[in-house]
Design a protein around this ligand. Structure first.
Ligand code: SF4
Length: 53
């Protein structure tokens, strides 16, 4: 059972690092980045630690 990191809330249940029972990430840290040249809104940012289940 993975331990929830209560400092990182996340709802991406298809990620292997998601705590299925709670909406938290189980990693100690995550890398956030962007796929845009000049990000201007939340949709421009990505969790680069995502890994498909
Ligand atoms: S690695 Fe990123 S996408 Fe995956 S559960 Fe953690 S915060 Fe969510």
């Amino acid at each position: 059972m993975e331990k929830a990191n209560e400092s990182i809330r996340c709802s991406v249940t298809s990620c292997r690092h998601h705590c299925t029972s709670k909406d938290y990430c189980s990693l100690q840290t995550v890398q956030i980045g962007t796929h845009e040249y000049c990000p201007t809104e939340d949709q421009c940012t990505d969790c680069k630690s995502f890994a498909l289940k």
